[in-house]
Design a binder for this molecule. Sequence first.
Ligand code: C5P
Length: 314
Amino acid sequence: MRLYSLLAAAKINLYLEIVGSRPDGFHELIMVMQSISLCDRITVRSIGVDEIRVRCDHPLVPADETNLAYKAAALVSDRCPGVMAKLGGVEITIEKQIPVGAGLAGGSSNAAAVLVGLDLLWNLGLTRIELQELGAELGSDIPFCVSGGTAIATGRGEQLDPLPGIDNLHLVLAKYESEFVSTPWAYKTYRAEYGDTYLTDAQSWQQRQSQVRSGEMVRSVAQRDAKALGQHLCNDFEKIVLPAHPKTAALKETMTSLGGLGTLMSGSGPSVFTLAESEAEAESLATRLRAALPDPDLGVWTAQFVSGGVQMGG
Ligand code: C5P
């Protein structure tokens, strides 16, 4: 086959704790990640020339070598010398549904889909672990985006331990189109404000990890206890992002006031989600949110938890 179409799922963070500063300059994290049904469609197609091309109709997504999807293809081609000369180059088409710069791993999920797609297109026979290792070279969230589902992520975010899936939970998700948060800015600002609270040695990181692994959030997920899960949502980035983005802080307040199981900003933001026990409840929350904040700048979506990251897209 000369063409593969894949669906790349967005992720939310149900739990995100910044633990310390790593020798490699990154932050040591403890997260609970969850794939959701909001997804981009990525198509990889063989082309006769020895080139990587990216097409995307979203005005904020660069269709050049700075796109993470391009970088993923360049990395695979680099590690498999001669593959493009033998089998042709690739045209990558990205159809965006996941809001950009939102803390939903949109770019990472696209790169993950390119890795999976090229493995098929170029008959590479890579294992999922090998695909995840390649992904980790490009971005900390990419390994999770390859496998998806529900997982504890530690280290930079690339060390994954799958958790039992909770596939019956729904959510409403909102983001002001004009608000963006740069992830490097968020880490830099967090370090400046909270660096003195970091745990400083690997043993303390391990102890903290053990506490979280046996803590309320992981227990709620393991027991598929939606109510408890909603009560133990936590994201350290809220402490610096919400004060710097009052519109998003007000959005979170409004979403919280509408009820639901719990409300949290995802990743480095600025998207905010509220969990709901059913699709009908998520739709009702979305309708009430649009009525409470009738601002054309506010994007509102409903979605549900899903058990995979990159899926074949028909
Ligand atoms: O790995 P990723 O490309 O998502 O990282 C983007 C930026 O976020 C990095 O350049 C780094 O500044 C910061 N980061 C971090 N610690 C992590 C993940 C990301 O400091 N665990």
